[in-house]
Ligand binder design. Structure first.
Ligand code: ZN
Length: 177
């Protein structure tokens, strides 16, 4: 059965560990983990979630961009399981954009990320995918990819002045658009 899982929070040492390669994609445990992550990110109004956020140290994350109360302008995409991902090339252009994290509730930050990336990953059917992502979806990918290496978005802030509360974000960014 698929149900949402508790999301571990900043301070939990698991969030800071490096996740390990997934080599048994067809195992029921991995397929179940993917379904649990998809249910968890939907329930939390997220646009992405990485396996370490539910205490599973595996190189696997879900991208699930869609407009919701936390990201009203997010593009719509089917929840996509991204397994053993790699960033094989990236733009020189770096752009700053607002991010939050289900493991760091109440905080938003203006995070620099590559504007475009070329990636490879294995999908949930075991097929190798090569894709290019830009803008917000590229941002989701880079944010979730960082989780697999124990990095969270606040580590990437250039300045603590780029960090604001969720309430301030709602006033300043969401209500203005
Ligand atoms: Zn996150």
């Amino acid at each position: 059965m698929t149900e949402s899982s508790p999301i571990i929070q900043l301070g939990n040492p698991i969030l800071r560990q490096k996740a390990t390669w997934v080599d048994n994609i067809h195992d029921e445990s991995v397929q179940q983990l993917i379904d649990d992550l998809i249910a968890t990110v939907a329930k939390a109004n997220g646009v992405g979630i990485a396996a370490p956020q539910i205490a599973e140290q595996k190189r696997l994350f879900i991208m699930a961009s869609r407009p919701n109360s936390r990201y009203p302008n997010a593009p719509e995409m089917e929840p996509t399981a991204t397994i053993n991902p790699r960033i094989v090339a990236h733009s020189t252009e770096v752009v700053k954009g607002w991010e939050g994290c289900l493991s760091i509730p109440g905080i938003r930050g203006l995070v620099p990320r590559y504007q475009a990336i070329e990636v490879e990953y294995t999908d949930r059917n075991g097929k190798l995918q090569k894709q290019e992502f830009t803008d917000f979806v590229a941002r989701i990918f880079q944010h979730e990819y960082d989780h697999l290496d124990g990095i969270v978005f606040v580590d990437r802030l250039e300045n603590t002045l780029d960090m604001i509360t969720e309430q301030e974000y709602q006033n300043r960014v969401v209500n203005k658009t």
